[in-house]
Design a binder for this molecule. Sequence first.
Ligand SMILES: Nc1ncnc2c1ncn2[C@@H]1O[C@H](COP(=O)(O)OP(=O)(O)OP(=O)(O)O)[C@@H](O)[C@H]1O
Length: 344
Amino acid sequence: MIQFDAVHKRFPNGTTAVHDLTLRMPEGGVTVLVGSSGCGKTTTLRMINRMVEPTSGTIRVGGKDVQQQDAAELRRSIGYVIQQSGLFPHRTVLDNIATVPLLLGWGRRKARTKAAELLETVGLPAETGRRYPHQLSGGQQQRVGVARALAADPPVLLMDEPFGAVDPVVRTQLQDELLRLQKELSKTIVFVTHDIDEAVRLGDRIAVFRTGGHLVQCAPPDELLARPADDFVADFLGAERGLKLLSLRTLADVPQGPAPAGGTWTLVLDEARRPLHWAADDTRIPVRPLKDTDSLLSALNESVASPTGLVARVDADGVLTGVSSRDDIHEHAGQAHTEARVAA
Ligand SMILES: Nc1ncnc2c1ncn2[C@@H]1O[C@H](COP(=O)(O)OP(=O)(O)OP(=O)(O)O)[C@@H](O)[C@H]1O
């Protein structure tokens, strides 16, 4: 666990970047710090590994006061990923990843073996290890940045807008990768972002800051979306707050029935009973079948785009299991909000 107690940071020029921050970041979970530009997210993050020193207050990592530890040693025991990957341009990818293990005295061979393993872990082909950072795409560089941060297997990972500079498609892929990795590794992650959708997707807890370094609310995404503490948080979450909560719920519990027969529209299947499209006379409308693990938001989206209001449901092999109605999906969407409000 990372624990901030009454932490204050005032820079020599008089700017208060963090104001009286008391916050718990649970072990093995992802805590996302969000808020508009200049609200103190990066300063908060950098106080954890002592790249910035607090003016007052205490920060403990795993129960130990960071001020009582050697700063360089502390930094080597905490993974750190930044937006522009921060890779050394004149070192190969493999040597970049091996940086901290080498500093820790692992020896070249062991450090490089670990680096090669990590390349695979972050989804990069082995040959990229011999390249230099400028020979990789932005998304690949970020993957290397994550591999480098993981190299010494630190229990804590600090990530400062790590996916901020890549396009939306690559960004989603990197988020998926991080979620996959986190399932295996259960690191204590502190993740800074401007993007509330990224926060909702990745965070076990989301801490919302406002200018002046004030923490306004820290809660699991469900609770934040269902019960924002005040208008500032509600505004920050945006007009689509209601829909965002649905992105956290799956379709699994929505009832399904048989596909309709004999109406204007027919759900056309292939020979393996996989849905192809809706058809009426000469018109064909694409169908995007959903699995139980897909979100209620995808279901709502599909149900309004479907000419029948019905959503085709499939199993893991893409074979039709039934259809769900727009009304049932809508009802579950409303229930999701009611439950989140009650649970909060
Ligand atoms: N070294 C410094 N000296 C003086 N002021 C600083 C310093 N570093 C940050 N600040 C100020 O402290 C405040 C918080 O900055 P910080 O970088 O923590 O914000 P942030 O929320 O991470 O912003 P962004 O999202 O734009 O990166 C800002 O007003 C910033 O200008």
